[in-house]
Design a binder for this molecule. Structure first.
Ligand SMILES: Nc1nc2c([nH]c(=O)n2[C@H]2C[C@H](O)[C@@H](COP(=O)(O)OP(=O)(O)OP(=O)(O)O)O2)c(=O)[nH]1
Length: 104
């Protein structure tokens, strides 16, 4: 899916909770510690039901600044900029649910 945009994250490993997986992925992909917050939107089925995409808000801890450790590029998007990148198709309903969570 090179060239397309996604939210940071990844697959939950055996024995991990959703929140533990998200904390781990943010360390691995972005080099930051986060506190996980609220769910954003509904679960989205991926790959004919073989996986599901579940998105949460998160707060940066320790004044951390996300770095692109595993991605080509990172970008902060405000509510007005959400449609300025090409999202993975599965992310469309999550993107639509995001504006109320974003500061203006
Ligand atoms: N992280 C993430 N994955 C997404 C999004 N939208 C979407 O369809 N996906 C898909 C792509 C992948 O098939 C799957 C998550 O894969 P990943 O590659 O991020 O997870 P991971 O780090 O655990 O990867 P791996 O080591 O198992 O390959 O979900 C999104 O916004 N964020």
């Amino acid at each position: 899916m090179a060239g397309m945009w996604e939210f940071p994250g990844g697959k939950v490993e055996p024995g991990e909770s959703d929140v533990e997986a998200l904390v781990r992925e943010c360390e691995e992909e972005l080099g930051v510690r986060v506190a996980v917050g609220e769910r954003v939107g509904e679960d989205v089925l991926l790959g004919h039901g073989r996986a599901l995409l579940r998105v949460f808000t998160a707060e940066l801890l320790d004044g951390g600044v996300p770095q692109a450790l595993e991605h080509e590029e990172l970008r902060w998007l405000g509510a007005e900029e959400l449609l300025s990148v090409q999202w993975l198709p599965a992310d469309a309903p999550i993107v639509a649910a995001l504006p109320p969570f974003l500061k203006r």
